[in-house]
Ligand binder design. Structure first.
Ligand SMILES: [Mg+2]
Length: 245
């Protein structure tokens, strides 16, 4: 068995939880953006949240791209509110929301320490779907940019492919010169962080926070409910035995 050399984390909802900053940031943006400030922020949030839930399914099945997902949730919500608008306003809102949300994202000291400890034994990287500017801003807000080497941060916009396209995992392998089985992907998306990387020959650990039923196949190395559980798994003797001297 080939030892794990790199732990590759998904970012959104794996290291940085949407629920921790999303609602407060979106409502902050609704209350202050020129197109939405006269509307009821709570009511608009409901419409936005509803639109988001149906669009995320389309995103997961690759019917829409990440950019489309982010603008459409605003367009659909504004339709719902009887204030239809255009793509330029949706993009402007998205940029505004992003600039506000940085102040609502906080470093998670437990996660940051765990990654520092993992770095004693492994290379650590990030594999995330999104834009360079936005994903980098999140890493900076969390203090992860100072812990994880920039050369190990893989962002779909920069690579030109999104998870779960096979190309994005192959890109990581080419760039790191690692064998597929030396890379362990950890993330909350079964499709993006478990099934697709395993198909590319990598290993995977699924963060199943919502405790949904685990699909029969493929088999991840482990299924965890909290990211903290990684510490015990990745520093356990079972895996260490497989590490090369
Ligand atoms: Mg995720």
């Amino acid at each position: 068995m080939n030892a794990i050399k790199m732990v590759l984390f998904d970012l959104d909802d794996t290291l940085l939880h949407f629920d921790d900053y999303w609602e407060v940031s979106v409502k902050d943006a609704f209350r202050n953006h020129f197109y939405t400030r006269d509307l009821d922020a709570d009511e608009l949030f409901e419409a936005f949240h509803h639109a988001e839930q149906s669009l995320v399914k389309k995103l997961d099945s690759q019917q829409i791209t990440f950019d489309e997902y982010r603008t459409q949730r605003f367009l659909v919500a504004m339709d719902q509110m009887g204030q239809p608008t255009d793509i330029e306003t949706a993009i402007d809102f998205e940029m505004f929301y992003q600039s506000l949300s940085k102040k609502h994202m906080k470093p998670n000291l437990m996660i940051n320490q765990m990654i520092k400890d993992l770095l004693n034994q492994y290379q650590v990287g990030i594999l995330t779907n999104g834009t360079r500017g936005w994903q980098t801003a999140k890493l900076e807000a969390m203090g992860l940019d100072r812990i994880i080497p920039e050369s190990n941060v893989f962002i779909s916009e920069v690579i030109g492919h999104e998870k779960p396209s096979p190309e994005i995992y192959h890109y990581v392998l080419r760039t790191t010169s690692l064998q597929p089985e030396q890379v362990l992907v950890v993330g909350d998306s079964w499709t993006n962080d478990v099934a697709a990387p395993i198909r590319a020959g990598m290993k995977a650990i699924w963060l199943n926070k919502k405790n949904v039923q685990v699909p029969q196949a493929p088999r991840p190395l482990a299924v965890i409910a909290e990211i903290e559980e990684l510490r015990a798994i990745l520093m356990s003797e079972t895996l260490l035995q497989h590490r090369e001297p």
